[in-house]
Write a protein that binds this ligand. Structure first.
Ligand SMILES: [Mn+2]
Length: 233
């Protein structure tokens, strides 16, 4: 099974190599207008048309803190994807669970959960998953911002270590795009845009099928310039 993944599109809809499964880890909607009504129309026309190009046989997505329509409005109900908000789905025999929550940054954003609220969400991650998809990273793993500070979610880290999914896929911290392995779990930060909200040379990332962990660690593309600018989330 060929698995591709991306996150933090912020309206940028890239070409994707043919695959069986495309995972989208949130912050999908354009930067130019965060009104829920605009996002609804954009999803309904632009994103739907992109998915219907048929790059992937199946698409599984979670929202991110920018995707306000999913929390505040009425997202299109019949999109050609599986949208997860604290739910599980199965694709090709792989068990996948996803959720959008990240630590609070700014009043404008959605799906922000403090540590106690986050724990209540992440406690529901089932044991025995193949893939966990979240918008943000767990604390301490591929979560360093442009100043080197950890921005990840402590409750998510704890519940990952409890539930032990084989593969964890996320974005949100644009400076930390990479794939690493820790204690038998593969973690992938698949941010598409860099810290200036530009695509630079990044692309959707092919991930190892959860049954065959990769050796060591590698970066999926050119190293992002950590010294870039103010924090893209
Ligand atoms: Mn984000």
């Amino acid at each position: 099974m060929v698995i591709m993944a991306t996150a933090d599109l912020h309206g940028d809809l890239p070409k994707v190599p043919r695959c069986d499964l495309l995972l989208i880890a949130g912050d999908i909607c354009p930067l130019m207008n965060h009104a829920p009504g605009y996002q609804r129309q954009w999803l309904n026309y632009k994103l739907r048309r992109w998915i219907n190009r048929g790059y992937a046989k199946q698409v599984v997505a979670v929202a991110g803190n920018h995707d306000r329509v999913f929390a505040l409005g009425e997202p299109p109900q019949d999109m050609p994807w599986t949208y997860l908000e604290g739910e599980e789905t199965t694709v090709g025999g792989l068990r996948i669970w996803g959720g959008p929550w990240t630590p609070p940054i700014h009043d404008h954003w959605v799906f922000q959960a403090d540590e106690e609220q986050a724990r209540a969400h992440w406690e529901r991650i089932p044991d025995g998953l193949d893939i966990l998809i979240s918008h943000g990273p767990p604390y301490g793993i591929l979560d360093e911002d442009e100043t080197g500070e950890h921005q990840g979610d402590k409750a998510l880290r704890d519940e990952i270590l409890r539930a032990r999914p084989k593969l964890v896929v996320f974005g949100h911290i644009h400076t930390a795009q990479a794939i690493v392995q820790r204690d038998g779990i593969t973690y992938a930060n698949v941010s598409l845009l860099d810290n200036d909200y530009r695509r630079s040379k990044r692309h959707p990332v092919q991930l190892p099928a959860p049954t065959t962990p990769i050796a060591g660690s590698r970066r999926p593309g050119p190293s992002p310039n950590a010294a870039a600018s103010a924090g893209a989330r």
